[in-house]
Design a protein around this ligand. Structure first.
Ligand SMILES: Nc1ncnc2c1ncn2[C@@H]1O[C@H](COP(=O)(O)OP(=O)(O)OP(=O)(O)O)[C@@H](O)[C@H]1O
Ligand SMILES: [Mg+2]
Length: 471
C-alpha cells in the first residue's frame, strides 16, 4: 500500500484524511489518482466498499486549485438522494483546508437552500439528475464551466432509466473537460456507451483476477425460504451472535413498509428507507441507522448502491435482487473498507430461475439453494444463532424505543399509507420519481403477490374515523 502523502496529493487534503485515520491508499485510489490528477479520463472499477469516492473526489478537489473562483466547476452525478448527501459529505471533508465549497442538489428538498449555496459561489455540485436538470433549466445552475464531471455508480447512470437525463447533463457541461466514471459493476456495453462521453478513457479494474466477481470479505448464504416463514427466519437471524447493523432489502416499497411494521412489532429497532416515505423521513431514518439508534434498516434498491454505513454485519435479501449487479451492490452494504460481512439471500420457489442466472453470473456454484425453515438446524449453525432463539425479542420493547420506533417510522409509514388510500390511483402512475432509481418498485407495486384492491379495502376500513391528512 502507498501512503496518500506519496501520491502527489496536496498536503491539506492529506491532513484531512489523516484526521479521519485514513493514511494508506486503497488499490483503486492508488491506481486511478496518479493518472487522474493530470487530467486523464478514467473508468474506475473496484468492488463495493473499496474507496472509490475518494478515488474520484481527491482529483476533483485538487484540480480546482486551492482557492478557486466562485461558480460551478465540478459536477458529480449520483443515482439517489441519500448517496448525494453521502458523497457531498466525503468531498466536503476533502475541502476543509481550502476555500472550495460543495453543495448537494437533490429532489424532495426545498429549493431555497440549494439555490442560495449556488448563488454564494459553490464550486463543486453533487446531485441527482432530476433536480440538476430542473435547476439548470430554470437558469439557476450554470454548468457551462463544469470542467470536472463524475458519474458515480456510472453503469446505473447510463442505464435506460437515467440515460436521457445524463445526455441532457452532458450537453450542458464544458466540452473540454476531465471525466471520471466509477462503479463496482461495469458491463461491457455500458463501457462502450460511456466512451461517447469521454476522451480516450483508461479503464482501470482494481481487483485480483483470481478473486472472482463477488466481494471476498462477504460470506454468501443462499436459502430457499417460504414466504410465510421469512419474517420468523429474519427475526431469528437478527439475534445471531455478533450481529451488528443490518440491512434488509425487499423488492417493493410496500413489502419494505410491511416488514418495518412487522419487525417493529417483534421488538426490533427498525427503520425504513423507500420511495413511499417523505424525504425528511428518509433522511431521519438513515441518520438513526448511521447513529446506531436503530440497528435494522429495511430498504428497497434505493439504498442498494453506494451507501456507506460502518459496522453493517448482515445484509438480508428478503426478496431476490433482479440480477447479479443488483446482488453485488445490495450485499456490498456490508464487508466494507476491509471489514467482514454476511449476506443471506432468500430465494422463493418462483424465483429459482432468477437465482440460477445470478448464480451462474457470479460463479457461486450453488444452483440449488438449501431449503430452509425457521426451525432448520442448519440456519442456527450457519449463522451462529443461539439455540432456542425465536423470531421475536422476548422482552417487550422498552417504552422509549417502542415509542420512538412508532413515531419515527413504523407509524409514519402507516399514516402515509392511510393517506394514500384516498388518492391511490394518482400515486400509482408509473412515473419514475427522481432519486428512487429504476428498481424502486415503480410500476411493480403489486408484485408482492397480494391483490392490491383487497388491501386497499382493508386499509380504508382500518382508517375509518381517522383524519385523512393531506388527502
Ligand atoms: N484509503 C482508505 N483507508 C481506509 N478507509 C478508507 C479509505 N478510503 C476510503 N475509506 C473508507 O471506506 C469506506 C468505503 O468507501 P466508499 O464509500 O468510497 O466505497 P465505494 O468503493 O464507493 O463502494 P460502493 O461501490 O459501495 O459505492 C468509507 O467509509 C471510506 O471512508
Ligand atoms: Mg461508492
Amino acid at each position: 500500500m502507498t501512503a496518500f502523502a506519496d501520491l502527489a496529493i496536496d498536503q491539506d487534503i492529506v491532513d484531512q484524511l489523516t484526521e479521519k485515520g485514513i493514511e494508506e491508499a486503497f488499490p483503486i485510489q492508488e491506481q486511478t489518482i496518479p493518472i487522474s490528477l493530470p487530467g486523464q479520463d478514467v473508468i474506475g472499477q473496484a468492488k463495493t466498499g473499496t474507496g472509490k469516492t475518494f478515488g474520484f473526489g481527491i482529483p476533483i478537489v485538487q484540480r480546482l486549485g486551492k482557492d478557486p473562483e466562485p461558480g460551478v466547476k465540478a459536477l458529480v452525478v449520483v443515482p439517489t438522494r441519500e448517496l448525494a448527501t453521502q458523497v457531498y459529505e466525503d468531498i466536503d471533508l476533502l475541502t476543509r483546508g481550502r476555500s472550495t465549497s460543495v453543495v448537494a442538489i437533490y429532489g424532495g428538498k426545498a429549493y431555497e437552500g440549494q439555490i442560495e449555496q449556488l448563488r454564494a459561489g459553490a464550486q463543486i455540485v453533487v446531485g441527482t439528475p432530476g433536480r440538476l436538470i430542473d435547476l439548470a433549466g430554470q437558469g439557476l445552475l450554470d454548468l457551462s464551466n463544469a470542467t470536472e464531471v463524475v458519474l458515480d455508480e456510472a453503469d446505473k447512470m447510463l442505464d435506460l432509466g437515467f440515460l436521457a437525463d445524463i445526455e441532457k447533463i452532458f450537453q450542458r457541461v464544458a466540452q473540454k473537460r476531465h471525466t471520471q466514471l466509477f462503479s463496482a459493476t461495469m458491463p461491457g456495453p455500458i463501457v462502450a456507451l460511456a466512451r461517447r462521453f469521454m476522451s480516450n478513457p483508461i479503464h482501470i479494474r482494481a481487483s485480483d483476477p483470481d478473486e472472482g466477481l463477488a466481494q471476498a470479505n462477504i460470506r454468501h448464504v443462499i436459502y430457499r425460504a417460504h414466504q410465510l416463514d421469512k419474517d420468523e427466519v429474519i427475526g431469528r437471524i437478527l439475534q445471531a451472535n455478533g450481529r451488528g447493523k443490518s440491512v434488509i432489502f425487499t423488492r417493493t416499497k410496500r413489502q419494505a413498509q410491511r416488514l418495518v411494521d412487522e419487525l417493529a412489532d417483534r421488538g426490533f429497532a427498525v427503520g425504513g428507507v423507500h420511495g413511499d416515505m417523505g424525504q425528511e423521513q428518509r433522511e431521519r431514518s438513515m441518520a438513526a441507522f448511521k447513529a446506531g439508534k436503530r440497528d435494522v434498516m429495511v430498504a428497497t434498491d434505493v439504498a442498494a448502491r453506494g451507501i456507506d454505513v460502518s459496522d453493517v454485519t448482515h445484509v438480508i435479501n428478503h426478496t431476490i435482487p433482479d440480477d447479479e449487479k443488483a446482488y453485488l451492490h445490495r450485499v456490498g452494504r456490508t464487508g466494507r473498507a476491509g471489514r467482514e460481512g454476511i449476506a443471506v439471500t432468500f430465494v422463493d420457489w418462483d424465483d429459482l430461475h432468477k437465482w440460477a442466472l445470478i448464480n451462474r453470473a457470479l460463479d457461486f456454484g450453488q444452483p440449488e439453494p438449501t431449503e430452509t425453515y425457521s426451525t432448520s438446524p442448519h440456519l442456527y449453525s450457519d449463522l451462529d444463532i443461539p439455540e432456542g432463539t425465536k423470531g421475536r425479542i422476548a422482552k417487550a420493547p422498552t417504552k422509549k424505543s417502542g415509542e420512538d420506533n412508532k413515531r419515527g417510522n413504523a407509524d409514519e409509514g402507516r399514516s402515509r399509507r392511510r393517506r394514500r388510500s384516498s388518492n391511490d390511483d394518482r400515486q400509482r402512475t408509473p412515473h419514475k420519481q427522481e432519486g428512487e432509481g429504476t428498481h424502486d418498485g415503480s410500476g411493480k407495486e403489486h408484485h408482492d403477490g397480494k391483490p392490491a384492491a383487497a388491501r386497499r379495502r382493508r386499509r380504508r376500513r382500518r382508517s375509518s374515523g381517522q383524519t385523512q391528512q393531506g388527502a
